[in-house]
Design a protein around this ligand. Structure first.
Ligand SMILES: [Zn+2]
Length: 118
């Protein structure tokens, strides 16, 4: 389950942000995850809760925002969102090219904000 390692990385980032901003407790953490990042929010919740028992992060709520997949065509540069995100070889809506599209968004996995108390 790779959500365990995501939770670990997340906790490390949040802890350094807490230190930087003098937060004693954290209430909300907003996570942006791309359609391609294959992260399962329920699994991350579970891992996060299990790993933050008896720490300053215990009880913090994770909020999620899914970032849709967008690509730019390798041939004509048109940006588009495939209807089926798993299909990276989707034909370009403007010229029909199927191969080599560049992923613009959809791979991200990052923290948008952290809310807590000082
Ligand atoms: Zn095209």
């Amino acid at each position: 389950m790779h959500e365990m390692s995501i939770a670990e990385a997340l906790i490390r980032i949040v802890e350094s942000e807490m230190a930087a901003h003098g937060l004693r407790t954290v209430r909300r953490i907003k996570v942006r995850h791309g359609e391609l990042s294959t992260m399962v929010p329920e699994a991350l919740d579970f891992a996060f809760q299990a790993m933050t028992v008896n720490t300053a992060l215990e009880g913090a709520v994770l909020e999620y925002e899914k970032v849709p997949l967008t690509m730019s065509c390798s041939a004509c540069g048109t940006s588009f969102s495939p209807e089926i995100p798993e299909l990276l070889c989707t034909p370009c809506p403007s010229c029909g090219e199927e191969l080599g599209h560049k992923v613009l968004t959809g791979k991200e996995l990052n923290i948008e904000y952290i809310k807590g108390d000082t």
